[in-house]
Design a protein around this ligand. Structure first.
Ligand SMILES: Cc1ncc(COP(=O)(O)O)c(C=O)c1O
Length: 357
């Protein structure tokens, strides 16, 4: 037998998560924070990183870091916290935990692609309920699917990626009520919206809230977390690899969270830039711009491929979502950058729309 035959068929059927080559380009494709840390904080990081003990395994239960995360981001005192190497790892742990034969992870589409990928890689069924054409939640369709499928795990990203919108609280409450399974509200984009479910963790047994530091400004260190009832978190802990949060990640997260206002200030600037860009984009002929509460804007144009290529020729990388889902026809996703980067994007887009390709 060829060794490739050993690989599970569902794994062979997967497409690996594709990361675009961004060398030499202004990177507006991956919802990163464009701003560096201030010089004083970088110096402090340099000192602390120089002194850290890399010959030792990291603290396997970093209680002080968890307390700092909880205090700086508003995690309820009674909640348990699971730390992941990015929230991607948290999704994987959740999927592993519920992956009995026949169990299903349910989400909405278009949505964050890792929900499907990690469900399938862990042997779960995946079911994506389409959003409406305007990307609002089709609550009746979601509730019908929940009744029929009885999912073990429901993921709702709020704000949603790649659409940027927020699903109404009443709809999420109805999903929590209807589902026999766990409902994870994925708040990856929490720095850019006033909506949150985090304070309500503990009010319902099946509510879990996931967050990441990636969009707040620390994508490079890979740190995400899940807040939920402590006994459930204790079960997920059994699947977490013992040293999944590296020494460097712990030092950097602790140091930066001690000055977390720096990141909130950057997030406020990005929110202001998002409004400015949305105004300009909405006024551009040939562009439909969708409302967003995240650090990106989704637009629809007539010739997305040509516009994407033309922007790249101008040195700007965004994400072409045309073809990723039927509802995303013509769609491009633009991460909000620094005001200079955004100006360049807007100028290049105006030129590209006049002469695409
Ligand atoms: C909705 C959503 N959840 C989770 C993630 C993954 O975040 P992390 O960098 O913590 O793995 C992303 C990244 O784009 C996302 O859009």
């Amino acid at each position: 037998m060829d060794p490739i035959e050993l690989i599970r068929p569902e794994v062979r059927a997967l497409q690996a998560y594709h990361v675009q080559d961004a060398r030499g380009l202004i990177k507006l494709d991956a919802m990163e924070n464009p701003f560096p840390l201030p010089a004083g904080l970088r110096d402090l990081l340099g000192q602390r990183l120089a002194e850290a003990a890399y010959n030792r395994y990291p603290d396997a239960q970093p209680a002080a870091l968890k307390a700092l995360l909880a205090a700086s981001l508003g995690v309820p005192a009674a909640a348990g916290l699971l730390l992941g190497n990015g929230s991607d790892e948290v999704i994987q742990i959740l999927a592993q935990a519920v992956a009995r034969p026949g169990a299903t992870l349910l989400s909405v589409e278009p949505g964050f692609v890792m929900f499907r990928l990690l469900a399938q890689s862990c042997g779960l069924n995946y079911h994506g309920v389409p959003l409406r054409a305007d990307f609002s939640l089709d609550l009746d369709a979601v509730l019908d699917a929940i009744r029929v499928i009885r999912p073990a795990l429901v993921f709702l990203a709020i704000p949603n990626n790649p659409t940027g919108n927020v699903f109404p609280d009443a709809a999420v409450a109805a999903v929590l009520e209807a589902t026999p399974g766990l409902v994870v509200v994925d708040e990856a984009y929490f720095p850019f919206t006033d909506h949150s479910w985090l304070a309500r963790v503990g009010e319902r047994r099946n509510l879990l809230v996931m967050r990441t530091l990636s969009k707040l400004g620390l994508a490079g260190i890979r740190l995400g977390f899940l807040a939920g009832p402590p006994d459930l978190i204790g079960e997920f802990e059994k699947l977490r690899l013992p040293y999944n949060i590296s020494v460097a990640t712990q030092v950097i997260a602790t140091t930066v969270l001690e000055s977390v206002d720096v990141l909130w200030q950057q997030a406020r600037l990005l929110r202001a830039e998002r409004s400015r860009m949305a105004g300009v984009l909405a006024a551009m002929a040939g562009v439909q711009c969708f409302a967003s509460e995240a650090n990106f804007l989704l637009i629809r144009v007539d010739q997305p491929g040509a516009v994407f290529d033309a922007l790249k020729a101008h040195g700007i990388l965004i994400k072409n979502l045309n073809g990723a889902h039927a509802l995303l026809h013509g769609c491009l996703r633009i991460t909000v950058g620094s005001s200079d980067q955004n100006d360049r994007l807007l100028d290049a887009l105006a030129v590209s729309l006049r002469a695409p390709g």
